[in-house]
Ligand binder design. Structure first.
Ligand SMILES: [Zn+2]
Length: 76
């Protein structure tokens, strides 16, 4: 089957394409929620130890210990 050498002709539209609108008011609450969640996770992985500890004991520290070393936070 031979292909034709003629260029493809696309229909021309005189109407401009509609701009894409982002629902910012719907995204902002989720962005704030995820930001706070990530800050809490960053605190527990990076600073929940010693003088900055909110939870007494070593359970939180030991539970997140591998993540702390993986992300390069100072530990011991
Ligand atoms: Zn460690």
């Amino acid at each position: 089957m031979a292909q034709s050498a003629a260029p493809a002709v696309f229909p021309q539209s005189s109407a401009a394409p509609a701009p894409i609108t982002l629902p910012v008011r719907a995204i902002v609450p989720w962005a704030v929620f995820l930001g706070v969640l990530m800050l809490a996770l960053l605190y527990f992985v990076g600073a929940e130890q010693g003088a900055t500890a909110l939870v007494s004991g070593e359970n939180v520290h030991e539970w997140l210990h591998d993540g702390r070393h993986l992300l390069g936070f100072p530990c011991h």
